[in-house]
Write a protein that binds this ligand. Structure first.
Ligand code: 4AD
Ligand code: MG
Length: 429
């Protein structure tokens, strides 16, 4: 019976078959030690020449790294083996022999590995990072499902911009212009009037023209949007969300964090409520660290790092100047030159994880803001309708999934947190 490596332990003492790829081989005389990976784990297989056919032993001799193989044998509990079990082979066969596998056990440069991303996926750290991604996406869905949010998928082809026009990917749409979505937010807001609490999760696109370790041109965003939720409620939702996700990663991805040598004590601090500073205070903190920045300036990546390190925990920056933020944000009643916006900055240099705000719910104010940002009114007519037919205060945020995964897994660059990264000048494979 073919068994997943992950489940071998509960088959100790039985004859099992495993199919997979050879990740390593060692031979000493008449015994071969093979590491076989099947996607669910790695198992050590011991083949003794005396116990297998001549043909099987020939295959042990010729098998190479990343060849496809099949082994049958007795699963033996062994506390020293990874996964607590190894296989004593009774049969072994190569199904597809690999020659000149490009990624060997020696060091390779990142450019080379990125060119071979389709193969690099097989390496243990890459697999662990992407397994964490899978856990995070499941946890996101569970979080919202348990809290009775409705999933509302937003379109990818759109007639408008959401987050400024400088990073739009433009395409032709039957003679008209269309853009790849920068955010699903605008489409979630009307859905609030249908379902109350909604979220979307999917790819979003930004033509980021600089190469940084925090920017992809295609990244995934999860965005909740809630009717009648005020700014304070929004911050609490973000805290609950981040705490829940970090807890799930610690609980369900422990072996992957170990492979990645992630310092879990850092992740264990991500619970409860997070410190908050206003934008104004944040600038003062940066100045106190000797950084050359003035009130009214936007933060650069380094500024975010200094701020987050100042607290050693995720920190909310709130109440940004209106001019620094998108057109749809609700002004603060106490200081109308600022908006009820928040960014959540992660520690350890991972930067802005979440951006969100309370939304303008007054029709005329929104119209005025659109004009101020020199956006065309016609393609936003449907969005203005939300303020026309039963308007309601509402708030939401967006979290960049790759940024969160990089933070959890300790990845140095976002490119390792998505299976096939898209970046400036990079679309292969
Ligand atoms: O702060 P942003 O631009 O906010 C929005 O798009 C809102 N419409 C979301 C909302 O309120 N529903 O982007 C949200 C998050 C950022 O905090 C960051 O984590 C991530 O998306 N992000 C990127 N991640 C990877 N590569 C990029 N180029 C990113 N740009 C933003
Ligand atoms: Mg932002």
């Amino acid at each position: 019976m073919t068994i997943s490596v992950r489940h071998l332990k509960s088959h100790a003492g039985e004859t099992v078959t495993v199919r997979g790829w050879l990740s390593n081989k060692r031979r000493s005389g008449k015994i071969g030690f093979l590491q076989i990976r099947d996607g669910s784990g790695i198992v050590q297989v011991v083949v003794s020449r005396a116990e297998v056919s001549e043909e099987a032993w020939e295959d042990v001799k010729r098998v190479t790294q990343e060849s496809t193989v099949r082994v049958t044998g007795i699963a033996r509990a062994d506390e020293r083996a990874p996964g607590g079990v190894e296989i004593q082979a009774t049969d072994f066969a190569v199904r597809s022999l690999t020659e000149d596998y490009p990624i060997t056990n020696k060091e390779h440069g990142t450019a080379f590995l990125m060119e071979h991303r389709h193969l690099w996926l097989r390496s243990s750290k890459q697999r662990s990072t992407l397994a964490i991604r899978s856990e995070v996406c499941q946890a996101i869905r569970d979080f919202f499902y348990e809290r009775e949010f409705t999933l509302v998928d937003s379109p990818i082809l759109t007639p408008t911009s959401c987050e400024g026009t400088s990073t739009l990917f433009e395409t032709e749409y039957f003679g008209d212009k269309a853009y790849l979505s920068q955010s699903g937010q605008l489409y979630l807001e009307p859905a609030c009037a249908a379902f109350g609490k909604v979220y979307c999760m999917g790819p979003t696109f930004r033509a980021e023209k600089s190469k940084t370790r925090r920017h992809l041109t295609e990244f995934w965003m999860v965005e909740p949007e809630v009717a009648f939720l005020d700014f304070e409620g929004l911050i609490r939702l973000a805290e609950d969300f981040i705490g829940f996700l970090a807890g799930r990663v610690i609980e369900r991805a422990a072996t992957h964090l170990e492979v990645l040598e992630r310092d879990v004590s850092k992740l264990e601090k991500i619970t409860g409520s997070f410190p908050r500073v206003t934008y104004y205070e944040a600038i003062e903190i940066l100045q106190s660290h000797g950084i050359d920045i003035a009130q009214g300036d936007d933060f650069g990546a380094e500024d975010e790092t200094v701020l987050a390190n100042h607290f050693d925990r995720p920190v909310f920056v709130t109440h940004f100047p209106t001019d620094l933020k998108a057109f749809y944000m609700q002004p603060d009643a106490d200081n109308p030159d600022t908006v009820l916006a928040m960014d959540l900055l992660a520690p350890e240099g991972y930067g802005e994880i979440i951006g969100g705000s309370q939304r303008i719910h007054d029709h005329d104010l929104l119209l005025e803001r659109l004009k101020h940002h020199e956006l065309p009114i016609e393609p936003f007519q449907w969005y203005l309708d939300v303020r026309k037919y039963g308007s309601f205060p509402h708030s939401g945020f967006g979290m960049g999934i790759e940024r969160f995964i990089a933070w959890m897994s300790g990845a140095a660059h976002l490119r390792e947190t998505i299976p096939y990264p898209r970046m400036l000048y990079k679309i292969y494979p």
